[in-house]
Write a protein that binds this ligand. Sequence first.
Ligand code: ADP
Ligand code: MG
Length: 338
Amino acid sequence: MIEIKGLFKSYTRSDGSKAEVLKNINLYAPDRSITAIVGPSGAGKSTLSKCISLLEKPTSGSILVNGKDLSRLSGERLREERRSIGIIFQSSALLSRKSAAQNIALPLEYLGVIKSDIDKRVKELLEAVGLPDRGGYYPAQLSGGQQQRIGIARALALHPQVLLSDEATAGLDPHSTETILSLLKKLRDEFDLSIIMITHEMEVVRNAADYIAAIQDGEIVEYGKASELVANPNSGIGRQLISLRVAEAFNKRHLVAELTYGANVPPNWLQILSDKLDVNIHLLGANIEQIGQGGIYGRALVGLEPLRSGTTDITAVNNALKNIGLHAEYKNQNRIAS
Ligand SMILES: Nc1ncnc2c1ncn2[C@@H]1O[C@H](COP(=O)(O)OP(=O)(O)O)[C@@H](O)[C@H]1O
Ligand SMILES: [Mg+2]
């Protein structure tokens, strides 16, 4: 796990005045989790990344990896403890004149590990990132996504507990991004990693984050479990994630409907509706409350995906909805009907 406590970072400008870039950052990233750090340009993400990777010293506060404060170390101790944090850079930053295997071997060579142990570890790492037969390739012979996987293997070479990914998927096409995120999730579970993922891409957050911290002007403005932020109607991040899911449903040509609850909607309406119409119902967002003894009220946004024998015949859908006390407003009826 990695824990950041009361972290402040300020720079002294050339005129002698102080720029306070990070103000009281507190984060707790448990083992086997992915924490996404999001925020607009200039928010302080790179500065936080440099503090976590121990390239910059915080002005105050601490950075604890498995309970040990690494933020005050220097010299040999710092070099040693830095191994517990693996770093993946944007566009992998591989050395072009070395093969994939030689790139992965670099941190091990630097430590003076013997050749046969290096070869064994490099083989393991190539397998862990799904490229067992690409060790002899040079970076230019690999796709962007494959280069990034080699970058991940190199970051893992020294068995870190924390993996810091700084815009690791920026510039990759959607398919490669998806592959990298699946890999990071697999590695999270396989090696119990705490992964800190700095990104400006909400798609990445939606796909992979277990926890989300949003920073703005050097401060954390929202922080929590991804699932809880999505469920919270007051969360700006939650709203952004839901609208992404809606866009995704549109793209998949699901019938997207906003449902308003009338009286006496049975709690298992999703299942009733899905059985009756033979459709998969994707709950894209909901804000539902029980008021007193009086039943459930609220709105839900759903994507209806017809199964082979199912229907998106609007009249049939409407009747089924009405029978269970729901009123629908369709967001993309015309596209589906065509
Ligand atoms: N070495 C530095 N000296 C002075 N100001 C800096 C320095 N590095 C970053 N900053 C300032 O800190 C703020 C946050 O920068 P940065 O961490 O790069 O944000 P982000 O990565 O979120 O875009 C910016 O206003 C930037 O100008
Ligand atoms: Mg930056």
